[in-house]
Design a protein around this ligand. Sequence first.
Ligand code: GRF
Length: 222
Amino acid sequence: MSAPRARLGVLVSGSGSNLQALLDACAQEGFPAEVACVVSNVPTAFALERARKAGVPAVVVDHKAHASKADFEKALLAALRDAGVEWVCLAGFMRLLSADFLGHYAGRVLNIHPSLLPSFPGLHAQRQALERGVKIAGCTVHFVDAGTDTGPIIAQAAVPVLPEDDEKSLSARILTEEHRLYPLAVGLAVTGKVALDGARTRVDAQTTVGESSLRSPGAPRS
Ligand code: GRF
């Protein structure tokens, strides 16, 4: 009998292309996780449509409808608990989570960020990279702590920065890698292949995690 799949709660605020990559990975036989619910703090987020289309419960917890951050996070936790969520994946979620919230899912909250951390945390990472003139950019999946994009790094993917790049073209190149990297990192984390070691992680990536999620960079999507 195959192991039960880890139940993911994906938190979103916008387009949800990384959510889509996770939904697609979860739809593959053998992938060790399923999306149990999607929660958006923005009622109009397109990510909610993606969830509904995939038959996944889509919940709005609007931060503006709550008097305090504590109340907002309480509602968020309730939505995740109602759906039996075991792991939380931030996918373009534009709110900072408190240490108190994170304590409820200790070591089980992941984020994807469009830079090679620790360079360029925070907003407009791709613009920051262009302004600084780096020649290599990329994306990072990391555990979430109470800082801004400061948690232990699980996996990274690099892309070149081309002389003619603008924010749009660089973001698109990075996003392609994000869609490959996030399912890979989630698969590793939920199967216990990622061990926290202080501020770092030790990753056993020798194992296959679902058919198409473990591919070398640049390999075509199936
Ligand atoms: C991605 O670039 C992600 O790295 C960042 O926010 C963006 C979200 O894009 N955290 P999408 O909503 O997944 O398309």
